[in-house]
Design a protein around this ligand. Structure first.
Ligand SMILES: [Zn+2]
Length: 93
């Protein structure tokens, strides 16, 4: 350990950090975790990397969400195209 904080509180922070990122902790625990992150470099680095992964995931998820209107239009187009040319459907299989 590079910090003088008891390792037990590092372990607690590791357990809570995901919930902390999701704002799922009660105010006391949130304060405890953020206090620990301010003082402990190791946990802070871990927190940062988790935060980055989380942000990246959120970006991917938000990009893959298709507006419902567009989705319906694409489905309609595909269906009408498939009805007109049955070859298209067999090509997909
Ligand atoms: Zn720590």
């Amino acid at each position: 350990m590079t910090c003088d904080i008891p390792s037990a509180s590092c372990e607690r922070t590791q357990v809570w950090v995901d919930a902390y990122l999701s704002n799922e902790l009660n105010p006391e625990t949130t304060a405890e975790v953020s206090d620990h992150l301010r003082r402990c470099r190791e946990c802070k680095e871990d927190f940062r990397s988790r935060q980055q992964i989380r942000n990246r995931l959120q970006r991917v998820v938000s990009h893959s969400e298709v507006p419902i209107g567009l989705r319906r239009r694409v489905c309609r187009m595909v269906r009408s195209f498939a009805e007109r040319s049955p070859v298209f459907l067999s090509d997909l299989e």
